[in-house]
Design a protein around this ligand. Structure first.
Ligand SMILES: Cc1cc2nc3c(=O)[nH]c(=O)nc-3n(C[C@H](O)[C@H](O)[C@H](O)COP(=O)(O)OP(=O)(O)OC[C@H]3O[C@@H](n4cnc5c(N)ncnc54)[C@H](O)[C@@H]3O)c2cc1C
Length: 400
């Protein structure tokens, strides 16, 4: 029987955890955060706790965008290998961007611990394998480059990979620092905690117009109410890209499926994030409820939606690839879904101000590392508001 989820796994598993009123009056605040996904949750948390009167607005339910579909692998490795990124932005900058990824995994762990959030955070190692014989040399080059720059990496041969993970593959890089999280639950919990501490949250509130003034912004909702704020922070995910005249990123649809609970290789794979070097790459991990989660098969975003037929075909490809990589793994698909995100050429996000939008700050955690980039956005937004600079703001600027 072909009965599969029309919604992402996280939304089905967790449900809509908390609901908020829509905006039904004019209000004033210091900062309006537009978007309540993992980015909006992290940024609003930072701002509210820094003493800014903060309001969160979302046109959907909380975390019902990409954050409901994400596979939430937390990796310091950016989609562009470090040695390639170094060719684009220089060695020091590339290593700094990779190191920022490691710091943000630790920062997210501290945050969920400090706030007692039931986030499903788990430490994991990250294994990237070559997808073909031809890709081995390039991956080995990346291994040496990272090692030379002080990263904790190990080169595993095909035999070692088979012995340790029951996996049939070409050699790969094993990195120490990785993790996974339930981004949907984390975003919901964080927003609820701050709402309970006085932060205003409005869901199902669609914005019709932003009016940028000299030292403030007026936000007009579809229902005709106004939010008067000093700054607006866009945490609006890939949908933000349509605001710009320039094309900063491509939007893609990616596919994911998850096995039933207690799959047979869980004890062997439970501490692992695994991906390969193909373009698009396949990525997989275990979940905190002992499932195997697999994603990939990316295609350009379809504005008229993804049909069940395409979803079925793409996840069938993922099932076949898992079978080839893990001949002894019993993968019984329980749920399948599709989701969208933006991809930049250098794998880096856009975080900062844009000349066309005065008094606005953008935190666009694009790419396969969107979540760790959003964590970095917490500190960076505070710096922008304080008029300070940071090397990461230079690397993540719009006019790069
Ligand atoms: C299948 C899949 C797998 C992924 N895997 C990973 C991974 O392993 N690791 C990783 O780090 N990242 C991954 N990503 C990317 C990651 O999910 C995103 O970077 C992250 O969820 C983005 O969060 P966000 O809060 O910025 O955006 P979203 O979660 O999309 O939230 C944006 C919110 O803004 C709201 N909004 C937009 N426009 C407006 C408006 N005009 N008015 C009001 N509200 C508005 C939307 O309703 C939405 O709720 C994956 C994504 C997908 C789809």
């Amino acid at each position: 029987m072909e009965l599969r989820s029309p919604e992402s796994f996280w939304l089905l598993k967790n449900g809509i955890l908390h609901s908020y009123p829509s905006l039904q009056k004019d209000i004033a605040c210091d900062i309006a955060v537009i978007g309540s996904g993992i980015t909006g949750a992290l940024i609003s948390h930072t701002l509210h706790n820094a003493g800014y009167k903060t309001v969160v607005i979302d046109k959907r339910d909380v975390a019902a965008g990409s954050s409901a579909a994400t596979t939430s692998m937390l990796q310091y490795e950016i989609d562009v290998p470090m040695h390639k990124l170094a060719e684009m932005i220089g060695e020091q900058a590339a290593t700094e961007c990779y190191r920022a990824g490691i710091r943000s995994i630790a920062a997210l762990e501290s945050l969920v611990k400090k706030e007692h959030i039931d986030s499903g955070f788990e430490h994991k190692k990250s294994l990237q394998v070559a997808h073909s014989e031809k890709a081995v040399a390039e991956l080995e080059k990346e291994y040496h480059y990272r090692k030379k720059n002080g990263f904790h990496v190990e080169w595993l041969t095909s035999e070692e990979i088979k012995k340790r993970f029951y996996m049939e593959s070409h050699p790969g890089i094993l990195s120490e620092e990785g993790a996974s999280i339930d981004a949907f639950k984390t975003a919901h919990s964080l927003i609820k905690k701050n709402h309970d501490r006085g932060m205003l949250v409005y869901d199902h509130t669609s914005v019709k117009e932003f009016i940028y003034e000299t030292d403030s912004v007026k936000i007009i909702t579809e229902e005709g109410f106004t939010v008067f704020c000093k700054k607006v922070i866009f945490c609006t995910g890939f949908e933000t890209l349509k605001m710009f005249r320039k094309k900063y990123a491509d939007v893609i649809s990616t596919f994911a499926c998850v096995s039933e609970e207690d799959f047979n290789l869980y004890p062997v794979l439970k501490d692992m994030l695994i991906w390969d070097t193909a373009d698009p790459y396949i990525y997989m991990r275990t979940t905190d409820d002992k499932r195997f989660l697999v994603g990939g098969e990316d295609i350009p975003f379809r504005y008229n939606g993804i049909s069940e037929k395409i979803k079925g075909k793409k996840t069938a490809n993922l099932n076949r690839k898992i079978g080839n990589l893990f001949p002894t793994l019993h993968f019984t698909e329980d749920y399948r879904w599709a989701g969208a995100f933006g991809v930049t050429k250098d794998g880096l996000p856009y975080i900062g101000e844009h000349p066309d939008f005065p008094n606005a700050i953008f935190v666009l955690g694009l790419g396969g590392n969107g979540i760790t980039f959003s964590v970095q956005g917490m500190n960076l937004v505070l710096k922008i508001l304080a008029g300070e600079t940071d090397p990461l703001l230079h690397f993540y600027r719009f006019d790069r």
